[in-house]
Design a protein around this ligand. Structure first.
Ligand SMILES: [Zn+2]
Length: 202
């Protein structure tokens, strides 16, 4: 079931935005998330920063709640307004974010929508950055990355979905230990391997 939530993007090249599987009470608690801006300093401040930096909107945010989802689908157009890509994002996907200094990686913590003061609904991703610790696993020969800890406030974690304008082509796997089960990874272990042998053909 796709939900047409009337969500739009500030970037006209992103269209057909569809959300799927809204998270409610118990799911939100299990993921240690919240749908109230005033319950979480990161959510409150970084959402404000996302509007200010990426959308040039710096007013006080009137609507103090968000709606959280497991999935988002959207279509990206190229500069001639022709079809470019279908992007599907899901909680715990790893995405590549291009920055001035090169390419960075992040894990999607949750996807959410927020109704701004202009009554438009915009979609955002809430991420944890993956930091390259510049070591390689001796057995797998894969670079090791570490997920940003909750307490680490050095980088913004909330971005409009327009920051992801291509199909993610990276592959990371959790550095599982015996404390992980097939269904649930031990989130206290923040290490991930970048699978450099993985090539996705599009
Ligand atoms: Zn694991």
């Amino acid at each position: 079931m796709f939900l047409d939530t009337g969500t739009i993007s500030e970037d006209a090249r992103i269209i057909n935005i569809r959300m799927r599987q809204q998270l409610k009470g118990a799911d939100i608690e299990r993921l240690h998330l919240t749908n109230r801006l005033d319950n979480n300093v990161t959510l409150r401040n970084h959402l404000f920063a996302a509007y200010a930096e990426h959308m040039k909107r710096r007013e006080y945010i009137i609507t103090r709640s968000i709606k959280l989802y497991k999935y988002i689908w959207y279509t990206v157009l190229d500069c001639n307004n022709e079809f470019y890509a279908h992007v599907k994002l899901h909680i715990s996907d790893v995405v590549m974010i291009k920055e001035e200094g090169g390419e960075s990686y992040a894990i999607i913590k949750v996807i959410f929508t927020h109704k701004y003061n202009d009554a438009n609904v915009y979609a955002f991703i809430w991420i944890d950055w993956l930091k390259d610790v510049e070591r390689t696993d001796s057995l797998l020969r894969c670079p090791i990355f570490e997920k940003q800890r909750e307490s680490d406030a050095r980088w913004y974690r909330i971005y409009p979905i327009s920051i992801i304008n291509d199909v993610p082509k990276v592959h990371f796997v959790h550095a599982c230990r015996s404390s992980c089960s097939p269904d649930i990874h031990d989130t206290t272990n923040i290490q991930y391997f970048k699978n450099i042998f993985f090539y996705k053909t599009v």
